[in-house]
Design a protein around this ligand. Structure first.
Ligand code: IPM
Ligand code: MG
Length: 367
């Protein structure tokens, strides 16, 4: 019997639906070529869901995701919904509940500056002559984002706000294991980022990193304070392999990394829950960039981040490693042959400017 997988497709807002269309074409072709079938169903999320149902994450969307092996997510948000109260906005009202509901504690954000695309990076090219390839492993369901109490109240005639940074040791351990395992498949170096000179949280984080490192003698562990890490990434990104850090630090550093890679439209991400008995993870896969409302609807967005998100989904949630590699190679092919969407186009002679559908078609053909 041929292998069969179920995924929930949440395209969302802005460029989400346009890039998703290309990603699904790539998924279909890959499935056919590698002999498995995909049951996919599309569901509302974000601003599109607010418009249709009043909620950024309707219950039927959650139910559909529960029945799936993985979620393929586009992007959410846009100017139309910006003035809603924060908790009802598409980003916060959909992403955070999805992460919490499915226990997606491990956020993998590759920060890759392709050697052929260093010109697109805002970092001086002499600092990244061959680009760079850093994997940011961000803890995604703990820390300041979800800690209780979280409140605003009046105390002695003064308004007071509280967010709570809280981690259990086991939460720290499990994300560190993800980082060390990832490093074993790469350059075997983990840099743990904290603020151990100030935060109690970070003191435990650093100590736990040292302990977990003992189970991975082949991996080298180093530590950086988060403020210093922010600087070092700009000065010497190629020196890093895997970065691991808590939720808020990871939010900020992964954006910095995406910016210096110069090609936000190229970067996928994975948010994984616990490992199942078969070694696979339930996960949600999405481009690192946002909904890009400024270019939505024009058919010019870069579909590569969404397409590479499919590759990560195939690898981590469906166990279709060969298919994942085929997609990654096809993207590599399209970039090497000079195809460029507007975000990575410089006008040089070796480059051909293409739109969303043309980039998708070139990648399909390479598969
Ligand atoms: C991200 C985003 C989210 C986060 C926001 C939209 C809640 O910035 O995925 O990095 O802070 O995690
Ligand atoms: Mg962010």
């Amino acid at each position: 019997m041929s292998r069969s997988h179920t995924i929930a497709v949440l395209a969302g807002d802005g460029i989400g639906p346009e890039v998703m269309e290309q990603a699904l074409l790539v998924l279909d072709t890959t499935a056919e070529k590698f002999g498995f079938s995909i049951n996919q169903s599309a569901h509302l999320v974000g601003g599109a869901a607010i418009d249709a149902t009043g909620s950024p994450l309707p219950p039927e969307t959650v139910t559909a995701c529960e029945k799936a092996d993985a979620i393929l997510f586009g992007s959410v948000g846009g100017p139309k919904w910006e003035n809603l109260p924060p908790a009802q906005q598409p980003e916060r009202g959909a992403l955070l509940p999805l992460r919490k509901h499915f226990g997606l504690f491990a956020n993998l954000r590759p920060g890759v500056c392709h050697p052929a695309l260093t010109h697109a990076s805002p970092v001086k090219n002499e600092l990244i002559p061959n680009g760079f390839d850093v994997l940011c492993v961000r803890e995604l369901t703990g820390g300041l984002y979800f800690g209780e109490p979280k409140l605003q109240e009046e105390r002695d005639g003064e308004t007071v706000v509280i967010d709570t940074m809280i981690y259990t040791k086991s939460e720290i351990e499990r994300i560190l294991h993800v980082a060390f395992k990832a490093a074993q498949g790469r350059d075997k170096r983990v840099c743990s980022v904290d603020k151990a000179n100030v935060l109690q949280n970070s003191v435990l984080w650093r100590q736990t990193a040292e302990e977990v490192a003992k189970s991975y003698p082949d991996v080298e562990l180093s530590h950086l304070y988060v403020d210093n890490a922010a600087m070092q990434l700009i000065r010497r990104a190629p020196d890093f392999d895997v970065l691991v850090t808590e939720n808020l630090f990871g939010d900020i550093l992964s954006d910095e990394m995406a910016m210096i890679s110069g090609s936000l439209g190229m970067l996928p991400s994975a948010s994984l829950g616990g490992q199942k008995d078969n070694g696979l993870y339930f996960g949600m896969y999405e481009p690192s960039g946002g909904s890009a409302p400024d270019i939505a609807g024009q058919g010019i967005a870069n579909p590569v981040a969404q397409i590479l998100s499919v590759a990560m989904l195939l690898r981590h949630s469906l166990g279709e490693e060969e298919a994942a590699k085929a997609i990654e190679n096809a993207v590599e092919n399209a970039i090497s042959s000079g195809l460029r969407t507007g975000d990575i186009y410089t006008g040089s002679e070796q480059e051909t400017k293409v739109n969303t559908a043309e980039m998708g078609a070139a990648i399909l053909k390479a598969i």
